[in-house]
Ligand binder design. Structure first.
Ligand code: SF4
Ligand code: SF4
Length: 179
């Protein structure tokens, strides 16, 4: 596979600075609402702040790739003598939990670095984090040319997993008739 230069965008997360204000969740869900800024439901946010009260930590996690496969194991992390479940750190939209799924449709959510129309110069969650827990970085890397799977294909795949192929086909056929 050939190599290409790619601009890599990254958000550095400093847990020590996060106080769990959830401004990042609010602005992300508002930016991705339809119409834009018409609602701010954190359940629709592409960043979720996981709170572990007994461990006194707020953990901002970005929505990553959709997967239809549930992990077969549950690894544990021990940090500063506190034990964390692997799922606490996981970015996937997967069958074993409700995180990173659009609440009404169940469609997977994924952070798009605020490249949605209109694209933002800096991710909005970074701009709204007044505690500087989130820092935006850009760098150039040489990567293998990726085969792009269309968002619509991922979305349809998750609908098929949830409702079954026949139901999705019937619904699309019904919608086509109405057009
Ligand atoms: S806006 Fe910043 S400080 Fe507030 S919850 Fe999000 S990451 Fe933490
Ligand atoms: S970068 Fe944009 S899309 Fe990603 S979590 Fe932050 S606000 Fe949401």
């Amino acid at each position: 596979m050939s190599k290409v230069k790619k601009k890599v965008k990254a958000i550095k997360i400093d847990l020590d600075k996060c106080n769990g204000c959830r401004a990042c969740e609010m602005i992300c869900s508002a930016f991705h609402a339809n119409p834009k800024y018409s609602s701010n439901n954190p359940a629709r946010s592409r960043i979720r702040v996981i709170h572990e009260p007994l461990k006194d930590v707020y953990l901002p996690i970005y929505a990553g790739e959709y997967t239809k496969a549930e992990c077969t194991g549950r690894d544990k992390y021990v940090i500063d003598a506190k034990e964390y479940d692997e799922c606490d750190f996981c970015r996937a939209s997967c069958p074993s939990r409700n995180a990173f799924k659009e609440p009404d449709s169940g469609l997977p959510l994924k952070c798009d670095m605020c490249e949605d129309d209109p694209p933002q110069e800096k991710p909005l969650c970074v701009q709204w984090c007044i505690n500087d827990a989130l820092t935006y970085e850009e760098r150039e890397e040489e990567v293998e040319e990726e085969v792009k799977v269309e968002d619509v294909e991922i979305g349809l795949g998750s609908m098929v997993d949830k409702y079954g192929l026949q139901k999705v086909i019937d619904t699309v056929a019904r919608m086509a008739k109405k057009e």
